[in-house]
Design a protein around this ligand. Structure first.
Ligand code: ATP
Ligand code: ATP
Ligand code: MG
Ligand code: MG
Lengths: 257, 257
């Protein structure tokens, strides 16, 4: 019960939030109970689910800094089986404050106790584009890390330091952490560059790379402006199909159907 | 002499590095003396200019933490009039160390003394996708901030907290800081979403938004894999033309031709 998966890559704009929102939505649509935790001060996962900061008082900041129980901060979304622990723009300042707190790297882990974990089948954590203390908290709390990699040259450069960080976390903070998998995002059939990047990642990470490619598709960029995951905005779109296919693979790997 | 421009937006993947590398390259091609400072631990601006970490010993980390003179760290690139202050993957750890150092927000400002400034017409600072201490150092040192905004819904959400941060920096740290301008990136003529985002930004920031739109163009994604700015990879491409046009506007605004 309650597998915790962090979605992380310090490279910006690679599709972390898009993957978090759409994977969570597809799993909840398939009947799984899912919690999405938004740890990014930009609150993109919140608005991707149609939840805006004016409508809630408690957020992930209270959980990390004031030990507010997660159950007090969780919101129901308008999508069945899909709950949200919202973020707040105060998370920017929170990272500095966290530095001086006891157990600064394990505060999220402590907050996601057995009671919370048993409420869900999957808990996803959307992280900001950095390897700072907030992302480290996600790594301290999770069972595995799902890494979106954009099919672009710049996106390749940061992968080795991300893997090294996960390795360091395994040695010092969380011995159970492993790589859930790598999903290639914003793929474009037409360009050579994409094919080269995909080939290079598959060569390096082999079966850890999902067979499903997430193609660049306007639905995935438009759906957030309506506060909906792609399957609730336009289920017949290429974008929705990509995430439905990814969800099937994700469930296969987690031997649940 | 030596106008210092930070290129910043905490939203990831919006084209900060692409704008920093290509604007710097176009200005140097036009005969201006330019320094590009890479403050992102991903070192994308370095590889965008064909400079790799194995080839240098001193980086921005030494300048920020050990007060190494900038002139000791500057590298010549293979592009005339374009120098680079390289970054390093150690910048991730440096941000935590910086927290406890005296004058932690002004260390870059102190490093960019009159000697350094008088060596160049323009100094650009590429920043990581966050509003942490490294980006604050860039804001403390600069005369203005150039903000790339991707023509996508999620990219709109963070703009107000970026503007608030710049306002706070003006009150507490750097009274001269101003908005250099906003450049719309990854525009796509075909989609409504793009037109809506562009219209919204123009309405809000009016003449601060460059007339030039940077269109999504494969050259801009491919050129970095050859270690070259777009104008040195394929000068006739749409991508190169966009940045040539932006450079003209930038020079107009800075009343130099
Ligand atoms: N497959 C896709 N096709 C088209 N657009 C996409 C796709 N995936 C993501 N996008 C768009 O690209 C932008 C970046 O994606 P997203 O915000 O999910 O990345 P991120 O890694 O979460 O960014 P950050 O590093 O800022 O957290 C968003 O505007 C999103 O709507
Ligand atoms: N106009 C464009 N057309 C096509 N691709 C682009 C364009 N601008 C940037 N890119 C590509 O999009 C990706 C993101 O751009 P870039 O890395 O410059 O953004 P960034 O804001 O610096 O990201 P980060 O937040 O990680 O620092 C890169 O792979 C880049 O090559
Ligand atoms: Mg995100
Ligand atoms: Mg960058």
């Amino acid at each position: 019960m309650g597998k915790i998966v962090a979605i992380a890559n310090q490279k910006g704009g690679v599709g972390k939030t898009t993957t978090a929102v759409n994977l969570a939505a597809c799993l909840s649509f398939a009947g799984k109970k899912v919690l999405l935790i938004d740890l990014d001060p930009q609150k993109n996962a919140c608005s991707g689910l149609g939840v805006y900061e004016e409508t809630y008082q408690i957020s992930a900041v209270d959980v990390l800094l004031n030990e507010t129980p997660v159950t007090d901060a969780i919101l129901k979304t308008s999508f069945n089986n899909l709950d949200l622990l919202p973020s707040s723009s105060d998370l920017v300042g929170a990272e500095v404050i966290l530095t001086d707190l006891p157990m600064r790297e394990q505060r999220l882990k402590a907050a996601l106790n057995k009671t919370v974990r048993d409420m869900y089948d999957f808990i996803f954590i959307d992280t900001p584009p950095s390897l700072g203390l907030i992302t480290i908290n996600a790594f301290g709390a999770c069972h595995s890390v799902l890494v979106p990699i954009q099919c672009e040259y710049y996106a390749l450069e940061g992968v080795s330091s991300l893997m090294m960080t996960i390795e360091t976390v395994r040695e010092r903070l969380n011995s159970r952490i492993e790589l859930e998998g790598i999903v290639m995002t914003m793929a474009d059939k037409r360009t050579n560059l994409n094919q080269q990047v995909i080939a290079e990642v598959r060569e390096h990470f082999s079966e850890k790379v999902y067979r499903t490619l997430i193609y660049r598709n306007i639905t995935l960029a438009e759906a957030p402006s309506f506060g909906k995951p792609a399957i609730f905005y336009n289920i017949r779109s290429v974008g929705s199909n990509c995430y439905i296919s990814l969800t099937k693979e994700f469930l296969e790997k987690n031997s649940q159907a």
